[in-house]
Design a protein around this ligand. Structure first.
Ligand code: GLV
Length: 378
């Protein structure tokens, strides 16, 4: 086993261990992938101010996100098909997040169901909602999340139609993978993954199959999304969803100041500056570049979070300095999960925490809550 020191080590291991169609699903953006790349590279352009001879004892990265205590301002992002990166993936990631003291967000498009994750964890997790044409089904998903004691609802606003990811079409992405010759050849090189999958009953979209009439096989993700997701989603829907949910509401997918103002008007508790990891509108600005204008416009009225491109604790520190009161990691945790299961996700959280803690200290600060944009060079 190689010594793992950074997220990139886990990415490489995941690439070896996870079947190509699922690794590619996570590690890709739409069309030219320019926004996907910019999410990461724009973090590199921000430089930190080193300070010295400051007492660095008694440091803390603890804070709150939507009023909930977190060990650091990081949550696990909702990612589709997580249980295909590793058998029982959502349960394992939720357990790792719970042990570390950060929120886990379960995707509507998960393999393990809401009830299954709730049965295998003890602290509340968050649930991410996609809006489909069948509003009765959406209402039942909200009720199921309430019954499972989820402590926040993350409503995604930027995926009513699916961006084109070339690799998914070429790989024929489906869950479980279809037994084509190309898939069987690839699976033969992933014995750990296959063994894990043989040992679990969880191989379908657990929140959907068996809960929507007539759906026992979803075919390809892109076909299903095109048929079921509602392109007519509007702010009126946000209002009834907020009302039915009645708890903490986080709106995901805000990139524009105008939309951020509408998010404030909706009465949501937080918004996430996000371009869906560069998987929707290729050519959109990176999240870290979009963040400052949104913080400036609405940061005093709503809690602003962000996702996209976070691969280290330094990225979390920079996003915090620019006003994000929470960051979400998607690919970073999936790499850990695909590489090593639950211990891999725990490793990701340890790595990010350590990088955040040390970088904060090198910048002369001991508490994340005291960090502001003066730690960045102009
Ligand atoms: C779904 O959230 C996706 O980006 O594939």
């Amino acid at each position: 086993m190689p010594v793992i020191t950074c997220i990139e080590d886990l990415r490489q291991l995941a690439q070896r261990r996870v079947p190509r169609m699922f690794y590619d699903y996570a590690d890709s953006g739409s069309w030219t992938e320019s926004t996907y790349r910019a999410n990461e590279s724009d973090f590199q352009a921000l430089k930190l101010r080193q300070r010295v001879a400051v007492n660095m004892e008694h440091r803390s990265t603890a804070t709150t996100m939507v009023g909930q205590q977190v060990a650091m301002p990081v949550a696990l992002a909702p990612t589709g098909l997580t249980g295909m990166q590793h058998a029982d993936g959502e349960i394992l990631a939720a357990q790792a997040a719970e042990a570390f003291g950060v929120p886990f967000t379960l995707s509507t498009m998960s393999i393990c169901s809401i009830e299954d994750v709730a049965a295998h964890t003890s602290s509340p997790f968050w649930f991410q909602l996609y809006v489909m044409k069948d509003r009765g089904f959406i209402a039942s998903l909200i009720d199921r999340a309430k019954a499972a004691r989820c402590s926040a609802l993350v409503l995604t606003l930027d995926l009513q139609i699916l961006g084109q990811r070339h690799k998914d079409l070429k790989n024929g992405l489906s869950a479980p993978p279809k037994p084509t010759l190309a898939n069987l050849i690839n699976l033969a090189t992933k014995p750990r993954w296959c063994l894990g999958m043989l040992g679990t009953p969880r191989r379908q979209f657990g929140n959907i199959v068996g809960h929507v009439k007539g759906v026992d096989d979803m075919g390809s993700l892109s076909d299903w999304t095109a048929k079921q997701f509602d392109p007519a989603l509007s702010w009126d829907d946000v209002a009834w969803i907020k009302e039915r949910w009645g708890g903490k509401l986080i709106l995901k997918g805000i990139q524009d100041v105008e939309d951020a103002r509408l998010a404030v008007q909706s009465g949501a508790d937080a918004l996430i500056v996000s371009n869906h990891g560069g998987r929707q509108l290729d050519g959109a600005e990176s999240s870290i570049r979009a963040l400052p204008a949104i913080v400036e416009a609405v940061g005093s009225e709503i809690e602003v979070h962000m996702d996209g491109g976070i691969r280290s604790g330094q990225d979390v520190l920079k996003a915090w300095a620019l006003g994000a009161r929470g960051c979400y990691i998607g690919r970073a945790f999936l790499y850990g999960l695909g590489a090593m299961g639950r211990p891999g996700v725990a490793k990701v959280l340890e790595i990010i925490h350590k990088e955040l803690d040390l970088s904060m200290a090198f910048c002369g600060r001991t508490r994340i809550t005291d960090v502001d944009k003066s730690i960045l060079l102009k």
